[in-house]
Each structure stands twice: as structure tokens, then as C-alpha cells.
Design a protein around this ligand. Structure first.
Ligand SMILES: C[N+](C)(C)CCCC[C@H](N)C(=O)O
Ligand SMILES: O=C(O)CCC(=O)C(=O)O
Length: 376
């Protein structure tokens, strides 16, 4: 791929309502006239200071290319309504479809079980908060493995909040912004107890689940247990696709309804357990939480049985201890995990245990990763 500022125009051919451009890096791309007019970057067509289009799509003339001229560094199109548009080779050469669509793909590194412990990043809090290199390591670990550990954090909600802000900002939900939870039943949810919680994704009952879940064990005294378990939701879905393709197909299409119900709230949402990108079929999100499922009616017995068979077959990968990483979160270490991919749970515990943390929206953490140059 050419370095920015090095590509050139080598040849431009007018072909009916499109132009075929050969660039200095040897690549050839065909542009339709409607696309070229829409991407005129003159001050009447584009607000360069806000990166926004200046015209409604209905106000972009349906014009034809009258003539054009070019040299190595500029292509000028004179439209049949006399408007002139200038393009650089670096701008246009971005729009090779394969290169453009690949530049938007994420590349998760699937994992199964404890070996991930050696791969996931463990970043000191000052490195994360005060250096670009540290911030890049944090977000790259989330992009690669779906989670990261940040160490040396002040074991308080305030100390944890600094991490949540740096990850993209605190996402407010019915549970609050920054939350601390214990076995005090402040919400009608088993998280606010001391029982074991099998691996799950949070917020399957929200129209958009939290992007990241941040957990920090602030204290655990006079008791045992309360170990965290993580499993790669994308690994399980990939195994299901290989070994039970019809169940994978079902879970990418069938809408499973989930709920969160308490006195002041009644959330419901229905969506596939496995969400894939409709263009690339790449995995986008896992919404696996068998505890928050609502009681559903089924169109027929076949769908009902497919629902149970496929949720069980997928659940076996997630419940397999060989695919899980189980560890004890200790005060000072913050776990940030991608709630669109990694399932989490905990073992039962005794004693007094306080967890602090927050959610961070997917938009906000991807925004940080993008501004660090890690993704497009
Ligand atoms: C994280 N915090 C304790 C605030 C809320 C927990 C809610 C858990 C819910 N059963 C779900 O899976 O979404
Ligand atoms: O208590 C824990 O370690 C995790 C609780 C949990 O799964 C959640 O809050 O979603």
C-alpha cells in the first residue's frame, strides 16, 4: 500500500458514465460519475472543517463528465454543468473495494482456556493513563482477545472511574453510571447475591448491550470463592459453526427474547444470539444469557426444538472448563472485557465482597481505539 503523499495518477480513461484510473502503485479503480460528483471536495460541496457534505443528496446534480485533465498529482473533472472538481491520487486510491472493506474488518484472535493468560495484556495504570504506547496495548488486547487487565489501580471506585473514563467514558444504565455491588439486593438480579453465575453476556434485554464491562474487586473479606470466569464467545460460535452448522445458522437468524424486570423497570429485547455482519459473515456480537430469557411462544415445534438444541450445543462450549479462564480478581487489578464477545461469570462465594465498575458503550471504546490508529 502506497505511503500517503506518494501515490500518483498514471492514466485516466473515460468509459461511458465512469472513469477508470490507473495509479502509480499499479492499482486500477473504476469510479462512477455519480460517486465522483458526490465526492467533490470544493467548498460549495463539502464542509472541510466539519468533514460533512454540504448538499442534500437530492441537490447533487445528476451531471455527466464533460471533460477532464490530469497529471501525476491532480485529476480535474469539468462537468457538463461547468462545475469543476479536483481530486488527489491519495484520496481516490483509498477506494479500492477490497482494500477499503478489509480496512474495516476486525481481526479477533480466538482463544480457549488458560493459555490466554500468557497472551492478554497486563498494563500498569500509569502506563495506560499517561502513555500512548500503554493505551495502545490496552485497546489492542481488547481487540485481539476481548479483554485486558490493568494493574496498580487504586482499589476505590474513584480509582476505577479513571480507568472507565480512559476506556471511553462511563455508560449510564438503570444500574447507574459507576456502580459498586455486593450481595445487597438493590436490584432484582442474581449479580446482587453470592451464588455462582455461569458464563453470560450482560444486557441482552437492552436494544444495545454495553460495549465493555469493567470489573474491579474492591474488597473480599471473611470468605472464599468469587472467582471470575471468562470464555471467548467467538471461539464457541466458531466451533458451533464447524460442528453444528444448522444450529449456528439458526442462532444467527432466530430472535431470542430477553428481559430485565423489577419494580421500576421492564426491559425486553429480542435479537439473535449470534450476530454476524451481513456483508462479510464475520462475527459481530454474542448475546448469550440463558438466565435472562423471557418465556416465548413458538411458531411450531420444529423452531421450539431448534431453540433448545442450538442454545444447548452452543452452551456446552461456554460451560466447558477447558475453554474458560478462571482467576481471582484482586483489589488493584481492573478487568475490562468486550461484552459483545467475551462471556463472564463467577463462582459462588462467602464473606463480604464488593465489586466496582461500569459499562462503556461500544461506540465510545471503538472511538478511542480508532483515534489511537488501531482500527479504521
Ligand atoms: C454489572 N451490574 C452488577 C451493574 C449489573 C449486572 C446485571 C446482570 C444481568 N443479569 C445481565 O446479565 O445483564
Ligand atoms: O460478581 C461478579 O464477579 C460478576 C457479576 C456479573 O456477572 C455481572 O455483574 O454481570
Amino acid at each position: 500500500m502506497s505511503v500517503l503523499g506518494e501515490n500518483t495518477f498514471e492514466n485516466v480513461l473515460l468509459k461511458n458514465q465512469s472513469v477508470e484510473i490507473t495509479f502509480g502503485d499499479g492499482n486500477k479503480i473504476k469510479f462512477e460519475d455519480c460517486w465522483l460528483r458526490d465526492h467533490c471536495r470544493c467548498q460549495n460541496c463539502y464542509h472541510a472543517d466539519t468533514f460533512q457534505r454540504a448538499k442534500h443528496i437530492l441537490d447533487i446534480p445528476d451531471s455527466r463528465i464533460g471533460s477532464f485533465r490530469f497529471d501525476k498529482s491532480e485529476l480535474v473533472i469539468i462537468w457538463d454543468d461547468k462545475h469543476e472538481s479536483s481530486y488527489s491520487p491519495d484520496f481516490l486510491s483509498q477506494f479500492d473495494y477490497t482494500k477499503w472493506s478489509n480496512s474495516r474488518k476486525l481481526s479477533p484472535k480466538l482463544w480457549a482456556g488458560p493459555p490466554v493468560m500468557e497472551k492478554v495484556a497486563k498494563v500498569q495504570v500509569n502506563e495506560f493513563l499517561n502513555t500512548e504506547e500503554g493505551a495502545k496495548r490496552v485497546f489492542q488486547s481488547i481487540l485481539d482477545y476481548g479483554f485486558v487487565l490493568i494493574e496498580g489501580v487504586e482499589p476505590s471506585l474513584a480509582g476505577t472511574e479513571k480507568i472507565c473514563q480512559a476506556l471511553g467514558g462511563v455508560q449510564h444504565t438503570l444500574f447507574g453510571g459507576m456502580w459498586e455491588f455486593t450481595t445487597k439486593a438493590v436490584h432484582a438480579d442474581t449479580a446482587y447475591t453470592n451464588i455462582a453465575l455461569d458464563a453470560h453476556n450482560d444486557n441482552t434485554y437492552f436494544t444495545e448491550a454495553a460495549g465493555l464491562q469493567i470489573l474491579h474487586c474492591l474488597e473480599h473479606v471473611n470468605g472464599t470463592g468469587g472467582e471470575t470466569l471468562l470464555v471467548d464467545g467467538f471461539y464457541g460460535a466458531t466451533r458451533l459453526k464447524e460442528e453444528y452448522p444448522e444450529d449456528y445458522e439458526f442462532l444467527t437468524k432466530f430472535n431470542v427474547e430477553a428481559e430485565f424486570v423489577e419494580t421500576e423497570h421492564n426491559h425486553k429485547y429480542s435479537a439473535p444470539v449470534i450476530r454476524v455482519n451481513s456483508d462479510t459473515q464475520d462475527l459481530v456480537q454474542i448475546r448469550y444469557n440463558v438466565f435472562d430469557r423471557t418465556a416465548m411462544a413458538f411458531e411450531d415445534g420444529e423452531k421450539c426444538r431448534a431453540y433448545y438444541r442450538s442454545l444447548r450445543n452452543l452452551g456446552r462450549y461456554y460451560q466447558d472448563p477447558g475453554n474458560q479462564w478462571q482467576f481471582k480478581l484482586k483489589p488493584g487489578t481492573v478487568l475490562a472485557m468486550d461484552n459483545f464477545r467475551v462471556l463472564h461469570g463467577r463462582t459462588a462465594f462467602t464473606g463480604s465482597r464488593t465489586l466496582g465498575g461500569s459499562y462503556v458503550s461500544r461506540s465510545d471504546w471503538l472511538d478511542r481505539a480508532r483515534t489511537l490508529g488501531l482500527i479504521n
